[in-house]
Write a protein that binds this ligand. Structure first.
Ligand code: NAD
Ligand code: 44H
Length: 502
């Protein structure tokens, strides 16, 4: 079978959508930092659509992908070998698959090889927007998510005089310094990470970093750079060898790194770009004046549900999201979390019926075709729990409302970490920037129940009601196991535990 590259596109099977637009001599208008699974299934797909239909403004809305981490050398190799082409397969729950070869990546730069090339691309007048998926942890925020911690972001070396920057913040600050010096208007910074107020957080990170280098530049960035908030959604698991084989079968071409996702897509973007807004509304994105209600809905419902099901599901022995969500007890628990605990904390969302949204989520989670794993959801729980689930628990506790389900999720997190602390070979949580600290806190909780919450959730102060609910949940989990602890909540009459109802 032929390898995927420009010269073999014409032999792709008939059902495959291929890029027919001109891919030669391009000047990307967008630089994307952190070109991983999600941005390849989402941002690059929207741009591929835009390039295929032709942008009315005549600009080249292709993107330059940038990898910053050492592991991104694998992406560099594949992008080089395949003329920056790859396959996106979207999978419906019926098993129906659609394949599209994405051609919107016009350049790929691996920063560890040549940071200067990345800075030059960022500083080029043609670069109008810089998009980011550097994960929640990449923003290096501490406190309530508003303060930039240069060490947490791993960016202290970037701030040394004369340093060649290695982090997103160092690269962006240096490129903006050059643009300012040369009188080139700044680009817009558009975060596509799952963070409430991701634009504001990106601003806090970049301005916070720049303050370490040049307070004048920091002030200029704060005043002149647009950081629109955005809500992004498309469940995109990591690519497996099984996916590679399936994609070869579907397209007739060997793709070393395809990406497979669900069919659902959503992108809600704050209409605040400077100097130029990409015409993404022509290809399915939605521009709105205020993204906050959409972000809150998505993070507290979808992302927090992933947290809610995953620690409990792993303790029960499940490995994939759909397994947990097809089980009546577990799906009843998630439905109960959505309906009883999370949804009441949301503001109305323009154009969205929240009951329909909740029902649609459960059916997306039950999509067997995408084979999303629980293990993917528990990476970096120390960034995800505080971002997705804790705000629901804190808001409810502050209003004297029940937090049993949030508390059970926290107890299951502790139990998963405890297992790894006792037997590293049996770890259920394997990747977290704070893994050693969390495992030790989970052990400490055995001697002093509740102390795990203080250590894991700091600097958040743990309200008494959450602590009490956690202690009950923890005891139930130990005594009854995950299913029993879930049933205890259902039996308490807190909800109907109807797995079918959202
Ligand atoms: N996968 C999804 O379903 C999904 C959906 C919506 C949003 N997202 C957002 O996208 C992010 C990435 O998800 P993914 O599925 O693409 O993951 P991935 O592992 O496929 O890719 C992550 C990319 O981010 C880079 N990265 C990681 N830490 C970084 C750091 N500190 N600085 C710079 N780059 C860093 C990696 O090198 C890689 O290029 C998530 O954290 C989330 O915020 C993901
Ligand atoms: O990617 P994260 O770390 O923000 O969260 C894990 C999952 O909840 C997330 O990737 C979802 O699949 C995604 O947000 C769906 O749009």
């Amino acid at each position: 079978m032929a390898d995927l590259r420009s010269s073999t596109l014409s032999i792709a099977k008939d059902n495959v959508v291929i890029p027919l637009y001109n891919r030669d001599a391009r000047t990307p208008s967008i630089v994307h930092i952190g070109l991983g699974g999600f941005s390849r299934a989402h941002l690059a797909m929207y741009l591929d659509r835009l390039l295929a239909r032709g942008a009315d403004d005549g600009r080249d809305w292709s993107l330059c992908g940038v990898g910053l981490m050492p592991g991104d050398s694998a992406m560099r190799d594949v992008m080089e070998a395949q003329d920056r082409l790859y396959t996106l397969v979207t999978r419906a729950s019926s098993g129906d698959e659609e394949a599209r070869i994405i051609g919107s990546v016009s350049e790929y730069l691996f920063a560890p090889d040549d940071p200067e090339a990345v800075i030059r691309r960022l500083a080029a007048p043609g670069t109008l927007v810089v998009t980011l998926t550097v994960t929640e942890a990449g923003y290096g925020m501490s406190g309530e998510g508003e303060t930039f911690d240069i060490d947490r972001a791993g960016a202290r070396a970037d701030a040394e005089p004369g340093a060649l920057p290695r982090t997103a913040w160092g690269l962006l600050a240096e490129a903006l310094r050059r643009r300012r010096a040369e009188g080139i208007p700044p680009f817009t910074v558009l975060s596509c990470d799952n963070i409430q107020g991701n634009g504001e957080v990106a601003r806090a990170a970049l301005v916070g970093f720049a303050r370490h280098v040049d307070p004048g530049l920091a002030g200029w960035i704060d005043e002149n750079v647009a950081f629109p908030n955005s809500m992004v959604d498309r469940i995109t698991p990591a690519t497996t060898d099984r996916d590679r084989a399936a994609v070869a079968e579907l397209t007739g071409l060997e793709d070393r790194w395809p990406v497979c996702s669900e069919r659902f897509e959503q992108w809600v973007v704050e209409d605040r770009f400077s100097p130029v807004r990409p015409p993404l509304d022509a290809v399915g994105a939605q521009f709105v004046p205020d993204v906050a209600p959409y972000e809150k809905m998505k993070l507290r419902l979808l992302n927090a549900s992933h947290q809610a099901m995953s620690y409990l599901g792993l303790l029960e022995g499940f490995t994939e999201v759909h397994e947990a969500c097809e089980d009546p007890d577990f799906s009843g628990f998630v439905a109960g979390y959505l309906r009883e605990e999370a949804a009441p904390t949301l503001d109305p969302v323009p154009g969205v019926d929240l009951a329909d949204y909740r029902a649609a989520l459960l059916s997306r989670f039950r999509n067997r075709a995408i084979r999303d794993t629980l293990a993917r959801q528990v990476v970096d729980g120390s960034s995800r729990i505080p971002a997705f689930l804790l705000p629901v628990a804190l808001e409810r506790a502050a209003h004297g409302l029940a937090v049993e389900r949030c508390a059970l999720v926290l107890a299951a997190w502790q139990a998963c970490l405890l297992r790894g602390a006792r037997d590293p070979g049996a770890r259920l949580v394997t990747h977290d920037a704070r893994l050693a600290e969390l495992e030790s806190a989970a052990l400490g909780d055995e001697a002093e129940p509740g102390s795990f919450l203080d250590a894991a959730l700091a600097p958040a102060a743990v309200p008494d009601a959450l602590r009490e609910a956690y202690l009950t949940a923890r005891e139930n989990l130990e005594r009854l196991g995950p299913r029993g602890a879930i049933r205890a909540i259902a039996a308490s009459g807190a909800d109907a535990a109807d797995g079918a109802a959202a």
